[in-house]
Design a protein around this ligand. Structure first.
Ligand SMILES: N[C@@H](CCC(=O)N[C@@H](CS)C(=O)NCC(=O)O)C(=O)O
Length: 207
């Protein structure tokens, strides 16, 4: 399998952490891609021009990290990053959506600050995205210690993987904003989660 890859993309990291947790990392060949480079061949693979995109061994191109993680999950019948049972599945997908929503808002903020020409920047838009992140973090903090909840790690699911990648991305791109303040349960949860080999092996490069 070939994965269009960028070392700073949190969505790519989510796929790589999933692959490591599933024991499939050895089957994935990384193809360096820069979605912001007009000359990059990425749009010929993924029409949306985004990473990650996975080309399967039978030539299917999968995009959007959730679809890719679901595909990888299906290759390992004895594990289940996305539970089959309806109630557990909804609980995992719900918290996955909260964590993915943090990522979406954080990436929009980064585009606003790093890519949009200064004269076109919109502070209210940035504040709106930050408010979404703060509210979702509060929700996740309130659920971080739920016994047997979807953030527990045995067995690991896509909800904690995505949350770990989202919190790592906030540390990477917004180190000056202390998301841990007032969220001790989430901070403790992440301290534990960030120590997993799958997270250590996929850390973004130093900024
Ligand atoms: N929903 C997508 C988001 C992927 C995404 O936005 N990737 C960013 C890199 S972090 C990208 O390729 N952006 C280029 C663009 O938006 O044109 C997923 O989960 O895979």
């Amino acid at each position: 399998m070939k994965l269009n890859h960028s070392p700073t993309s949190p969505y790519v990291r989510k796929v790589l952490v999933s692959a490591l947790e599933l024991g499939l990392d050895g089957r994935i060949e990384k193809v360096d891609s820069n979605p912001w480079d007009e000359a990059d061949a990425l749009p010929a693979t993924n029409p949306l021009g985004k990473v990650p995109a996975l080309t399967t061994d039978d030539g299917q191109v999968l995009f959007d990290s959730l679809v890719i993680c679901d595909y990888l999950d299906g290759l390992q019948p004895e594990t289940s990053l996305i539970p089959r049972e309806a109630a557990a599945r909804t609980a995992v997908l719900r918290l996955h959506a909260a964590a993915d929503g943090i990522l979406d808002a954080a990436v929009l903020r980064l585009i606003e600050r790093a890519r949009r020409p200064e004269g076109y920047r919109w502070p209210e838009w940035d504040a709106r995205q930050k408010a979404k992140i703060d509210r979702a973090l509060d929700l996740l903090d309130s659920e971080a210690e739920a016994p047997a909840g979807p953030l527990t790690l045995a067995p690991i699911t896509l909800a904690p993987i995505t949350l770990g990648c989202a919190l790592g991305y906030l540390d990477f791109r917004f180190p000056e904003e202390d998301w841990r303040a007032g969220r001790p349960k989430l901070a403790a949860w992440y301290r534990d989660f960030a120590g997993r080999p799958s997270m250590r092996d996929t850390a973004p490069p130093e900024a």
